[in-house]
Design a binder for this molecule. Structure first.
Ligand code: ADP
Length: 460
């Protein structure tokens, strides 16, 4: 008993979780809570009053108007809802408040368990220079370049660029969402690139701090999923390839990342798990890397559940959200590294309410929604026929996930799943996915992060 108190287990126990999110992830987290016998409190904005997951929640609290700043991002409103509904914990999902260290602290100060890592870890990883420094210290391979902010004088900046070798990329320490970055191909463009990016960073992220690293020209985006508890256990659950991106937004993800030698993956996976132990990480997290010429280069860590977590759930057989909730309760992981196995291959298609080729958002009422089913098919969605897609939020309306013994079989299964999906009344990017799963280069695997945009350009 005393040992349990010392480990913080008892203080972290809870039986009711407030889910501070909306859409498919709110439903995904709700399902995990119900499976674990936890009560759920869902919050909603005025625009989400009719959310289908309302019926299966134990409590449903409206916290404000449709604009996210006044509802899902309104910390005081979320905390008040948690207290008034008797919640013991807050699950932030992804986006919104999920990587806000101040909110994690405010929740804990209000006596609530924040289902995520300690605020200090969120803060370190939110500052890309601090994150890079932490990774270098723990032996995680990084993109070549100093783990320090750029100085002001152009002579020193030029010397750093010469040391790295062109092309280089200037990045904002506080950047996110693919913004605050600029590629520089030669010395003549350096001065302007630094001053424009610095100004952008000052305005967009509230800090003018910049850093510089080597610009890799044809990398893939490969990431490692980790899971850690409060008892010093950390495991990595395999890797995912998320190279199919448009404007740095992921469109299709797969697990495992094809063509990566097992020894190379195991070495970097172990480094990630060790780094988590060294920095006192807790919960789920993702180490994002660029992968080029057989080498991994860390770019950032996401300190939350990710949209693409289901592909790893399919290949590992591990329910990542249930494990995340158990860890938040102070319980030890139910598995050790030796228990983690990867079976077969999984893909996820993000189905967005948008034009498939112009990408213009397409909110409105869904007049018919039919999703596929059958062996190896999973659909994570909150939408049904009659659902109204709001213009206020992310356009993701469903995730179509397939799992099969091999990558080729998974591709065939995804083609059939896409053919059996019907969404009417609004535009969706289903046609893009159907075309992509016929693209010989994508189907062959190992395409780089520029492939999707090049492929789109060629179709114009
Ligand atoms: P954000 O937090 O804004 O998503 P990241 O650091 O994760 O920023 O980088 C986003 C994307 O920018 C990467 O997925 C990659 O496409 C590109 N990128 C970032 N750093 C580099 C680099 N050193 N070389 C090449 N591309 C890069």
């Amino acid at each position: 008993m005393i040992a349990a108190v010392e480990k913080g287990e008892i203080g972290r126990r809870f039986d009711t979780v407030l889910i501070a999110n909306r859409g498919e992830i709110a439903l995904r987290v709700q399902r995990a809570c119900r499976e674990l016998g936890l009560r759920t409190v869902m919050v909603c904005s005025d625009a989400d009053r009719d959310a289908p997951y309302r019926a299966t929640a134990d409590a449903f609290v409206c916290i404000g108007p449709a604009a996210p700043g006044q509802s899902y991002l309104n910390q005081a409103a979320v905390l008040l809802a948690a207290r008034s509904a008797g919640a013991g914990a807050i699950h932030p999902g992804y986006g919104f408040l999920s990587e806000n260290a101040g909110f994690a602290e405010a929740a804990e100060a209000a006596g609530l368990v924040f289902v995520g890592p300690p605020a200090s870890a969120i803060r370190t990883m939110g500052d890309k220079i601090a994150a890079k420094r932490a990774m270098i210290e723990t032996g995680v391979p990084c993109v070549p370049g100093p783990d320090e902010a750029l100085p002001d004088d152009i002579a020193s900046i030029t010397a750093i660029a010469d040391g790295i070798g062109y092309p280089v990329i200037i990045k904002a320490a506080g950047g996110g969402g693919g913004r605050g970055m600029r590629v520089v191909h030669d010395a003549s463009a350096l001065k302007d690139a630094v001053s424009v990016t610095r100004e952008e960073a000052r305005r967009a992220f509230g800090t003018p701090e910049l850093y510089m690293e080597k610009f890799l020209q044809h990398p893939r985006h490969v990431e490692i999923q980790v899971l850690c508890d409060d008892h010093g256990n950390a495991v990595w659950l395999g890797h995912r390839d998320c190279s199919m991106q448009r404007r740095h937004q992921k469109v299709v993800e797969e697990a495992p990342a094809p063509g990566i030698p097992a020894e190379i993956a195991a070495a970097v996976g172990k480094r990630c798990a060790d780094a988590c132990q060294q920095i006192g990480y807790r919960g789920v997290g993702t180490f994002e890397f660029l992968f080029e010429n057989g080498e991994f280069y860390f770019i950032e860590m996401n300190t939350r559940l990710q949209v693409e977590h289901p592909v790893t759930e399919m290949t590992s057989g591990i329910d990542i959200v249930c494990e995340q909730l158990r860890v938040a309760q102070g319980l030890p992981l139910t598995l050790a590294q030796a228990d983690v196995r990867a079976h077969g291959h999984a893909f996820e298609c993000r189905i967005n309410a948008e034009d498939p080729f112009t990408f213009a958002a397409s909110p409105g009422r869904i007049t018919a929604a039919e999703f596929p089913s059958g062996p190896g098919i999973r659909v994570d969605t909150h939408v049904t026929t009659g659902y109204k897609v709001s213009p206020h939020y992310d356009s993701l309306i469903a995730k179509l996930i397939v799992h099969a013994p091999t990558r080729d079989q998974a591709i065939r299964r995804m083609r059939l799943a896409l053919a059996d999906t019907r969404i009417e009344g609004i535009s969706t990017n289903l046609a893009l996915h159907r075309a992509l799963f016929e693209d010989p280069a994508f189907c062959a695997g190992e395409t780089d992060i520029h492939h999707l945009e090049k492929w789109l350009d060629e179709r114009k």
